[in-house]
Design a protein around this ligand. Structure first.
Ligand SMILES: NC(=O)c1ccc[n+]([C@@H]2O[C@H](COP(=O)([O-])OP(=O)(O)OC[C@H]3O[C@@H](n4cnc5c(N)ncnc54)[C@H](OP(=O)(O)O)[C@@H]3O)[C@@H](O)[C@H]2O)c1
Length: 290
């Protein structure tokens, strides 16, 4: 089966529903239309978002928009068992047993109102994960046309390497931003380049807007100057900084604010000079490179 192509930015839906903006179905449909108008046609979902409610809201809103299935991509994730009204269990835990992976995908397909997921990710690594069991589940999901591609999220390089002996990993979704720099130095991105794994960056703005610390202050100061040079907003510069990396990172933007989304969509037109990339990097670390 042909591997899916993603839009340069992916819209993260985690905070569209009850975990954030609490959009109505109409508001969500309008927001989807706005995403599509900005060439953002890939949507990141997960079984647990909104306590198992956001996928269904997204599916209904997308159905209202009426886009053909070939006009958008949808990512979902399985494996976290989250205690809530929709899943009355005693304890939050991970479940990557064969039946659980298959049934989680079936439920996501139903909620999202699609026949196939473009990507299925294992949401978090579990100490009890058996790579052979996961590989068997992924093989049958692909054979039955339920998923186009497979990936992981938040997995270490060694766990990915173990899993890759049994199943092809197309995507790794990781925390990566100007305030979360470890993937740049801990071998994660080298591994992705070497093994042709697509990198999706969650929380791509990091704490730049959320915290008021010294580090964020330094980043905002440099970004504000560069913002004038490149003619884009500070949030777009933070995204453009990720886009410059040779591993071809795909930021997952989580905003539920249409203006912020339009600003960040401009990041794809920024050709950031190398010196400016290092200006932002050193503003983040607070140190000159060695
Ligand atoms: N795989 C995983 O384990 C995992 C974990 C977490 C998230 N995710 C995925 O990643 C997506 C993005 O995550 P995220 O929401 O943490 O990341 P983000 O895109 O970095 O957003 C962080 C925050 O920045 C704010 N923001 C943007 N522009 C701003 C501005 N100019 N001024 C002030 N605030 C601004 C947004 O608020 P506004 O809404 O007000 O713009 C948003 O709440 C999620 O939706 C989800 O799909 C995956």
């Amino acid at each position: 089966m042909e591997k899916p192509s993603f839009s340069p930015l992916i819209a993260g839906t985690m905070k569209w529903g009850v975990w954030g903006a609490q959009m109505s179905q109409t508001q969500m449909s309008h927001y989807i239309v706005h995403c599509l108008s900005l060439d953002i046609h890939t949507f990141d979902c997960a079984a647990i978002y909104g306590g198992y409610t956001t996928e269904a809201e997204f599916g209904a809103a997308m159905a209202d928009v009426g886009v053909e299935r070939s006009g958008f991509r949808v990512i979902s994730k399985c494996g976290i068992e989250y205690p809530c009204a929709q899943n009355p269990i005693e304890l939050k835990h991970y479940d990557y047993t064969y039946d659980s992976i298959l049934s989680s995908v079936e439920r996501s397909l139903e909620r999202l109102r699609v026949d196939i997921l473009d990507v299925l990710l294992l949401h978090r690594p579990s100490p009890l994960l058996d790579p052979e069991v996961v590989a068997a589940a992924i093989e049958v999901l692909k054979k039955n046309g339920k998923i186009r591609a497979f990936g992981v999220s938040n997995f270490s390089t060694s766990t990915r390497s173990l899993l890759r002996k049994h199943v092809v990993i197309d995507v790794n979704q990781i925390q990566c931003s100007l305030t979360h720099l470890s993937p740049f130095t801990d071998g994660t991105l080298d591994d992705h380049l070497q093994n042709k794994i697509s990198t999706q960056c969650w929380n791509p703005l990091g704490t730049v807007f959320g915290n008021k610390g010294e580090r964020e202050g330094r980043i905002i100061e440099v970004a504000a100057t560069l913002s004038k040079k490149y003619g884009v907003a500070v949030n777009a510069l933070c995204i453009a900084w990720l886009l410059k990396h040779p591993a071809r990172l795909t930021p997952l933007v989580g905003t539920a604010n249409a203006t912020h989304l339009s600003e960040m969509a401009e990041s794809v037109h920024v050709e950031m000079e190398q010196i400016d990339w290092f200006r932002l990097y050193t503003a983040s670390t607070g140190l000159d490179v060695p």
